[in-house]
Write a protein that binds this ligand. Structure first.
Ligand code: AMP
Ligand code: ZN
Length: 494
């Protein structure tokens, strides 16, 4: 398995520090607002990385922090006239709910910044002791000059950066590139006691501390969006390696930006769509399918029209899966497909599995992996359409293997095709069946069969009004009619 490592700018063979186990950390959100769909893309990409590693048999420890103290949260709290802790708690809850609604699995550990303050103070003290940090008026800064390889992750030249830095407003810093580890509290801000006075941690230090605390060093994968490479991850790396003298991370992974009209989606540009709002309009499976059709490191152009196209792609796929499931109910007493055609389908199942794994092993190429699943689904559907009236046991087994493979591989990507709901049909089905089909029994399946039979007869008699009444009535109650070569059937959408 090969993974692109931002640090070495190359795809490397993935070898976790401990066989069979993967320790990964993905920077979480700053909880001052609802997350936008761009943030969601990054979290989704790493959800798929994790799911795939688990499918491969690794035991994955996935850590994601919540930044619950920060300037933006404080500003928001002032705007809303309530404590910063309330703002942080509400948006943490909203974040967790939106992630679950998108089908993103909960992390193994979810540390909060405000619950890790003593450990952060410990690391800052270590940095001061080792000559990597200095105190000025209650603030503590990391001394970039003290860490010779500063810039190695982002590939920046520290001297060029320094020359490019604008005349530093804060003259208390020894070097314009130095960054805050601890900030003295301003009036009205949340604060904690420290050896340097009341204050709060800088942003970068929390990830260094939490990842080491939960995973130990060096851990396997550190992830985030590409916009975090500099300065956030560069600074995390410098802090951690300077404080411990040990390597920090084995593989740095960064996701490409989600864009609108070729521009990065961001809160500051105002071109953002909130994940929760998109989830109100589109199924999570459709959003996942759209995002995973692009490689995680490439930019992704996002628009409603692309989502609409993806609805059709998802529906086609879901329909095929429903067809294949329905095939389970068919008779297997037929003469069967020619033996080579049936074994051809078996072969297709194996090829799709192999292709899926090969593509995912190549730096998580979800786009190509999905293509393999789509091809298998199509091939199985064509087979079914051709031989469904004449299936033998081997054919049914081959179709079953295709079905379970499609469902399993989609599941690795967190895409689901729900089984149709078969219980709890709405009671109005009986009214409709009585009115249009003269059905007076109490069996919902029989009521639907009666309605479908009425529609079939109405259609042969060109009584379109009656046929349409049956269709419209069932649609209103949440059913979809599907016409198949073996007659019509319904799917109940709940
Ligand atoms: P933030 O709350 O700004 O730290 O962002 C949380 C995560 O979302 C980080 O991993 C960012 O890299 C990522 N992110 C922010 N904007 C985008 C975007 N437009 N596309 C993809 N990821 C993004
Ligand atoms: Zn971080």
């Amino acid at each position: 398995m090969r993974v692109y490592n931002t640090l070495t700018r190359s795809k490397e063979e993935f070898v976790p520090r401990e066989p069979g186990k993967v320790a990964m950390y993905v920077c979480g959100p700053t909880v001052y607002n609802h997350i936008h769909i761009g943030n969601a893309r990054t979290f989704l990409s790493f959800d798929v990385v994790r799911r795939y590693l688990e499918w491969k048999g690794y035991e994955v420890t996935f850590v994601q922090n919540i930044t619950d103290v920060d300037d933006k949260i404080i500003n928001r709290a002032n705007e809303e006239g309530r404590p910063a802790a309330d703002v942080a708690r509400d948006y943490t809850d909203a974040f967790i709910a939106a992630m679950r609604a998108l089908g993103v699995a909960d992390p193994t550990v979810r540390p909060f910044c405000t619950e890790t303050i003593p450990q952060m103070i410990g690391m800052i003290e270590r940095l001061i002791d080792r000559g990597h940090a200095y105190v000025v008026d209650g603030d503590v800064y990391f001394s970039v000059r003290s860490f010779p390889s500063y810039g190695k992750l982002s590939g920046r030249d520290i001297d060029e950066m320094r020359a490019g830095a604008r005349v530093e407003v804060d003259e208390r810093k020894a070097d314009p590139l130095d960054f805050a580890l601890w900030k003295a509290a301003k009036p009205g801000e949340p604060h904690w006691p420290s050896p340097w006075g009341e204050g709060r941690p800088g942003w970068h230090i929390e990830c260094s501390v939490m990842s080491e605390k939960e995973l130990g060093l060096p851990f396997d994968i550190h992830g985030g969006g590409a916009d975090l490479v500099f300065p956030h991850h560069e600074n995390e790396l410098a802090q951690s390696e300077a404080a411990t003298g040990r390597p920090f991370v084995r593989y740095w992974m960064h996701g490409g930006m989600l864009q609108v009209n070729a521009e990065k989606m961001s809160k500051s540009l105002g071109n953002f769509l909130l994940l929760k709002d998109v989830l109100e309009r589109y199924d999570a499976n459709v959003i996942r399918l759209l995002m995973l059709q692009t490689h995680y490191r490439s930019p992704l152009d996002f628009s409603d029209s692309r989502l609409d196209e993806t609805i059709h792609a998802y529906e086609r796929l879901a329909n095929i899966v429903r067809n294949l499931r329905w095939a389970r109910t068919l008779s297997a007493q037929g003469a069967g497909a020619p033996a080579e055609v049936c074994s051809g389908l078996r072969l297709h199942v194996e090829t799709a599995r192999r292709k899926f794994e090969t593509e995912m092993d190549d730096d998580f190429n979800t786009a190509a992996a999905l293509a393999a699943v789509f091809e298998l689904a199509k091939a199985a559907n064509i087979f079914l359409a051709e031989y469904q009236v004449d299936l033998c046991e081997e054919d049914k087994a081959a179709i079953g293997a295709a079905e379970s493979t499609v469902v399993e591989l989609l599941g690795v990507l967190g895409i689901e095709v729900p089984e149709p709901v078969e219980c709890c049909y709405p009671a109005e089905v009986f009214d409709l069946a009585r009115e249009l089909a003269g059905y007076t029994g109490e069996d919902a399946e029989a009521a639907i069969d009666a309605l479908l039979a009425t529609r079939a007869v109405a259609r042969t008699e060109k009584n379109w009004a009656l046929a349409d009444s049956v269709r419209d009535g069932l649609t209103r109650l949440g059913f979809t009619i599907e016409d198949t070569p073996q007659g019509a059937r319904v799917v109940y959408n709940g």
